[in-house]
Design a protein around this ligand. Structure first.
Ligand code: NAI
Ligand code: BGC
Length: 264
């Protein structure tokens, strides 16, 4: 008989993970999941508030440590400093989860430069330079590293009225594929996780509008939204040595949304 107790698996014993945008939603679930398997965690957000306090408590109650670094990842200097502070927080950094992301629901013809910059600077530029800082650290320290990007089903499928968001996640797809080849000789793996519709604050309007929600559910073979924990489980796999031969791939966590088709 095989018994697996996730809490005792220790896949991340002696590891440190930085999860950007981890004060709520998918990022918070990733933080708690990695800590439950042994990692010490660097939490990040634009504000230090009661949500950070609650997640920190949940992690320390499990016997792991959590430290919070305040940073706005859409600002390049900020995100570079965030990664440096994360390395300094525990004296090492093994796992980078590029989770923070934003979206903007507007007709394409109404999108302003500010709207565009808000999405692209967070979802692409911040991720790009945060990853670069991590890679330079791993390279100079002669260590190994793992990067998991929170992409989206919209790195692959369309999302009308979210043009900048789709462009940003498409960019994250190609960046990840490119880096998988470039970083393999440095012992750094990089993969994308592509959630479908997950029950988090980013989908507040969707969850509070029954018509909209029903339309979305018709596109999901499993007929329900996913939970942040469903996404965190795949992040944990990719961040762990169980995925030691996995790089350059996208993992969809979407209840079947991306490739669904029915005639009736
Ligand atoms: P959320 O809105 O609940 O959480 C996003 C987190 O990122 C928040 O804590 C927010 O404060 C933080 N954040 C945003 N901009 C930031 C910045 N400039 N600097 C630092 N932190 C920042 O959303 P959710 O759903 O947890 O999203 C997390 C990631 O998952 C995003 O990249 C999103 O695009 C992606 N995703 C979410 C899906 C969903 O249905 N919830 C589906 C597909 C992808
Ligand atoms: C978006 C969500 C959306 C989901 C499925 C995600 O990338 O952030 O707002 O519900 O994709 O379309």
């Amino acid at each position: 008989m095989i018994t697996l107790n996730i809490k005792n698996m220790g896949r991340f014993d002696n590891k440190v993970a930085l999860i950007t945008g981890s004060s709520q939603g998918i990022g918070a679930a990733c933080a708690v999941r990695l800590a439950s398997e042994g990692a010490n965690i660097v939490l990040n957000g634009r504000h230090n508030d009661e949500r950070v306090e609650a997640i920190t408590k949940q992690i320390t109650d499990m016997g792991r440590e959590a430290k919070f670094v305040q940073a706005d990842i859409s600002d390049t200097n900020n995100v570079i400093q965030l990664v440096k502070d994360a390395i300094a927080a525990f004296g090492q950094l093994d796992i980078l989860v590029n989770n923070a992301g934003v979206e903007n629901n507007k007709n394409f013809w109404e999108v302003t430069q500010e709207d565009y910059d808000f999405v692209m600077n967070t979802n692409v530029k911040g991720l790009f330079f945060g990853t670069q800082t991590f890679v330079n650290y791993v390279k100079d320290a002669g260590r190994s590293g793992v990067v998991v990007n929170m992409s989206s089903v919209h790195e692959e499928i369309i999302f009308p009225h979210f043009a900048a968001y789709c462009a940003s996640k498409g960019a994250v797809k190609m960046l990840m594929r490119n880096l998988a080849t470039e970083l393999a000789p440095l012992n750094i793996r990089i993969n994308n996780v592509c959630p479908g519709a997950i029950a988090t604050p980013i989908n507040k309007k969707l969850m509070e509008t029954p018509n909209l929600l029903n339309n979305v559910l018709k596109n999901i073979p499993m007929e329900k939204l996913g939970q942040p924990e469903d996404v965190a489980a795949v992040v944990a796999f990719l961040a762990s040595d169980d995925a030691k031969y996995v790089t350059g791939s996208s993992y969809f966590v979407d209840g079947g949304l991306t490739y669904h088709y029915e005639e009736q």
